[in-house]
Write a protein that binds this ligand. Structure first.
Ligand code: AMP
Length: 310
């Protein structure tokens, strides 16, 4: 894998499959004085990922997208083996949005010495919300992101608000470990009916797909209850939970009102608080969140753009 010819130029994109090819491409970019924005993904790209690419273009000369399904962040019995992939489609979509460099290494290139012995501990913030049911997830995420930062040394890295807890943890890691990266968080892109775009939406059957938008609709309803004066978190939370459970077809894992930076639970919601949740529809786990009292609406795709509901 160390043959530089592995750096394939696919229709104007440097598809970098190993670390040597990556370092060569980075050296070339640095020689030209380019600033670099990193957009890390697990691939199977959708408009949410691509909106981060758009944002990255506004912050640096060159955008480097990474595609890596990181085994460290999957727990036993999760969907690592089934995670959807479409490298060719991803390259095409990324290229159409002006991406010139894609780093898509195999596991053996990302972790050449085997699974890392030293991992980044997310601390108490990683043990809440999604960290309760997925204890290995955030240590895996932070470890791979730290490794990507070390390999690529980007000026900017862009993450999505869809994974709110992840974005907060990455910001905290950058502060705590004095990493020299400007972390930006992009908006949450939704389907026309409100469902948050996710590569995992492809797992939903047509019937489950019909049920799924209720998750966002109930979070949005709580957000308007908040605007109407309901500030007690337990009322907001129980309202969402009860309505989702009554509606059927969905199992609630958690719904919480948390502080936007500390992720600590709030008894009384304030403007900017995060109403976040995770639900299970069949064997598919979905996460979503809304910011209470914050006006700017999440971007939605038009109804016609439904070629891939991923
Ligand atoms: P993933 O490929 O799921 O690991 O996601 C890669 C990046 O894209 C992460 O920073 C996610 O937060 C972000 N992302 C995923 N879905 C969305 C979405 N619907 N809107 C905005 N960003 C997203």
């Amino acid at each position: 894998m160390s043959d530089p010819s592995e750096s394939v130029r696919v229709e104007g994109v440097h598809l970098l499959r190993d670390r040597v090819a990556l370092q060569e491409a980075l050296a070339e970019l640095r020689e030209g004085g380019d600033s670099l924005a990193l957009v890390p993904t697990m691939g199977y790209l959708h408009e949410g990922h691509l909106s981060l690419v758009d944002q990255a273009h506004g912050s640096a000369d060159t955008v480097l997208l990474t595609i890596f399904v990181n085994p460290l962040q999957f727990g036993e019995g999760e969907d690592l083996e089934h995670y959807p992939t479409d490298l060719e489609g991803d390259v095409r979509k990324a290229r159409a949005r002006g991406v010139t460099h894609i780093f898509a290494p195999p596991v053996s290139e990302m972790y050449p010495d085997g699974p890392p012995v030293i991992r980044v501990d997310p601390g108490p913030m990683g043990k809440r919300l999604c960290g309760i049911s997925r204890p290995h997830h955030f240590p895996g995420v932070l470890t791979v992101v730290a490794r990507l930062f070390a390999l690529i040394r980007p000026d900017v890295a862009v993450f999505g608000r869809k994974d709110y807890q992840q974005a907060v943890l990455i910001r905290q890691m950058v502060r705590d470990l004095a990493l020299d990266v400007d972390v930006q968080v992009g908006p949450l892109v939704r389907e026309h009916d409100g469902l948050a775009l996710s590569s995992r939406n492809v797992y939903l059957s047509p019937i489950q797909r019909e049920v799924a938008p209720r998750f966002q609709a109930e979070l949005a309803r709580a957000a308007s209850d908040f605007l109407g004066g309901m500030t007690e978190a337990r009322h907001l939370v129980s309202g969402v939970r009860d309505r989702l459970e009554r509606g059927g077809g969905m199992r609630v894992e958690y719904i919480e009102v948390v502080h936007p930076e500390t992720l600590l639970p709030m008894e009384t919601a304030r403007v900017g608080a995060v109403l976040a949740g995770a639900v299970h529809i069949g064997s598919t786990r979905l996460i979503d969140n809304v910011l209470l009292g914050v006006r700017d609406e999440d971007p939605r795709l038009p109804p016609s753009d439904r070629s891939r509901r991923a």
